[in-house]
Design a protein around this ligand. Structure first.
Ligand SMILES: C[S@@+](CC[C@H](N)C(=O)[O-])C[C@H]1O[C@@H](n2cnc3c(N)ncnc32)[C@H](O)[C@@H]1O
Length: 218
């Protein structure tokens, strides 16, 4: 997601500081009360949250879960933070936080087996073969997710990109993972109900493009 540098970006992010985890550390269990959230609840991550529509929508729809949205581009995360601040009243459980950083560092941010679910929504496809290791479903990332997720935790994938989807299914199989749900048309599937759309998803589906999705159990 390319974006012109935001004017007063740092100040705007600072104005949302109450939602930002500035120094996540594997020494703290995010599920515990008083670490990042007031109340103890299961924690789910979204990696590459973009402008935050999904993270905010999920946090509103699931007050019994605490969500942490990760985005590596600060100016993009700024928009997500502002969206979350604007929806504060709809989240009486205060169950959404953000980390600005690259998901390559997940292992430094959260202790092993502390996360219940990971969402990858419209991740960058990195179509050139030489960049396969950057794809967020590359087996190296899957190994890191295995370390992070609780036993029986889930990875939820949505994408418009058939090449990335097929690659991901191959990587899941190579890692011996159980794909519990797979569809090449999410919006016509049994999981359409309760699906919270991302910004990219709204855009692609308004053009009539199918959304590919898989739920994978670890
Ligand atoms: C194509 S956009 C999709 C945004 C959003 N998920 C949506 O569906 O509207 C991918 C986003 O993931 C972020 N991203 C890509 N790789 C990342 C990584 N390794 N760690 C954190 N964020 C990442 C990008 O900066 C970008 O904002």
């Amino acid at each position: 997601m390319r974006m012109r540098k935001k004017k007063h970006g740092a100040e705007r992010i600072e104005a949302c500081a109450e939602l930002l985890i500035k120094e996540p550390t594997a020494a703290s269990d995010p599920r515990n009360a008083g670490v990042y959230f007031k109340d103890a609840r299961p924690v789910r991550l979204e990696i590459g949250c973009g402008k935050g529509n999904f993270a905010v929508g999920m946090a509103v729809a699931h007050p019994d879960v605490n969500f942490i949205a990760v985005e590596r581009v600060a100016d993009v995360c700024c928009l997500a933070l502002e969206k979350a601040m604007a929806a504060k009243e709809q989240r009486p459980n205060d169950n959404l936080r953000f980390v600005i950083g690259n998901a390559e560092h997940l292992g430094e941010w959260f202790p092993p087996h502390s996360i219940e679910g990971i969402y990858l929504n419209f991740s960058d496809p990195w179509p050139k073969k030489g960049y396969a290791k950057r794809r967020l479903t590359h087996r190296n990332f899957l190994k890191a997710y295995r370390e992070m997720l609780i036993e029986g935790g889930y990875l939820y994938l949505k994408t418009d990109n058939e090449g990335l989807f097929d690659f991901s299914l191959e990587e899941f199989e190579a890692e011996g993972l159980t794909v519990e749900f797979v569809t090449r048309d999410l919006h016509s599937s049994e999981k359409a109900d309760g699906n919270v759309m991302t910004e990219y998803e709204k855009n692609f589906s308004s053009q009539g493009m199918p959304i590919y999705s898989a739920w994978v159990r670890f």
